[in-house]
Design a binder for this molecule. Structure first.
Ligand code: SF4
Length: 348
């Protein structure tokens, strides 16, 4: 916890708020939940340091509504921090004031997108809005607002203690640091692992995950949630990084890995992706609202959409209001590539 003097770095604007985003609505990762449940003090310390860095006197932790234990632990951690003098109008008797509070999320996937999250915190419907203006200019209650993920903020205390250079020695030259990777229940050793960015995906699957349970063979690997992307079983020699995965048509996202074996039909995986897209589209823009339902109709009918899918891909990528809609085509394309002939009508 910073001590002494006014909170804040130079150039900060009055009313600045920092939000710890613990919404974690994307299936396939539970890293934020583990952090909030197991080490809420670290999350709060990271949030307090972020407030200090940008001159904010207010911070908010938004906890997903489906995480009651995390919500209770974060609330208790905040209560203790006030009682111990780490928070309040005069932190440890200094001129620094800092107020943090915990808010329960209102559900839905897109409510984790920063503009939708801010709308939800203001009591509105959790829908994304066009940017600019960016939240750092006009955010919560029109104040400059910084939104960071819980995992990001939880890394800050270590970085402050050991220095940015020490942290940057981990990972790759372009993407430094570490990532929490959650492995799904089909792995022999499911769980949450911290790895350096750039760690080969094959190593995570085989050495950390121990391959699949019961010696099953991997057929496809979902990376970073349903809209992150998919890798074929013979395409795992790729670094776990944004650059490495985007070169394969996937995205790092939250980096959770979900394994599929031969017992799951590719057509079912495809339909699940479209069901997810249609269910979680907030409906604020028509390309995503209409396109996700059209895609689900195609996937449910079993008939490859061909030309019509190509056109819809372009519309979704070019005209969706937020990354949710823009990520649908690359995710479907990567799934189709991972399964080859079985989903050939969906390959661009
Ligand atoms: S792309 Fe989808 S989730 Fe994003 S604003 Fe449009 S309808 Fe909502």
């Amino acid at each position: 916890m910073p001590r002494g003097g006014e909170a804040g770095g130079g150039g900060s604007r009055p009313g600045t708020v920092v939000v710890a985003n613990g919404d974690e609505g994307d299936p396939g990762s539970y890293a934020d939940r583990l952090l909030m449940e197991a080490d809420p003090g670290r999350v709060l310390e990271g949030l307090a340091l972020a407030c200090f860095a940008c001159g904010a006197r207010r911070g908010v932790v938004l906890v997903r509504s489906e995480y009651p234990a995390a919500l209770a632990r974060m609330r208790e951690a905040v209560r203790r921090a006030y009682a111990d003098g780490h928070l309040g109008p005069s932190v440890h008797g200094t001129a620094t004031s800092l107020d943090l509070h915990v808010v329960q999320g209102a559900g839905s996937y897109v409510a984790g997108e920063e503009t939708a999250l801010i709308a939800g915190l203001e009591g509105g419907r959790g829908c994304a809005r066009p940017r600019p203006p960016y939240p750092t200019e006009h955010g919560l209650w029109d104040a400059p607002t910084v939104v960071n993920n819980v995992e990001t903020l939880a890394a800050v205390p270590w970085i402050v203690r050991y220095g940015g250079r020490a942290y940057a020695r981990r990972g790759t030259s372009g993407e430094t640091g570490t990532k929490l990777v959650c492995l799904s229940e089909r792995f022999a050793r499911p769980g949450c692992y911290e790895v350096e960015l750039g760690t080969p995906v094959r190593r995570i699957v085989t050495e950390l995950g121990g391959g699949l349970k019961d010696g099953a063979g991997l057929t496809a690997l979902q990376v970073g949630g349903p809209l992150g992307g998919f890798l074929a079983a013979d395409a795992l020699d790729v670094p776990l990084s944004e650059a490495g995965l985007s070169a394969r048509g996937a995205a790092l996202g939250h980096a959770g890995l979900v394994a599929f074996d031969g017992r799951v039909a590719p057509e079912d995986v495809l339909r699940h992706v479209w069901e997810f897209a249609a269910a979680e589209s907030c409906g604020a823009c028509s390309p995503c609202r209409v396109g996700s339902r059209r895609g689900l109709e195609w996937a449910s009918s079993g008939a490859p959409p061909d030309q019509a899918w190509e056109r819809l891909s372009r519309v979704l990528t070019g005209a969706s209001l937020c990354a949710f809609g823009r990520r649908i085509p690359p995710a479907v394309h990567s799934l189709a590539r991972a399964y080859g002939d079985r989903l050939s009508g969906w390959v661009p």
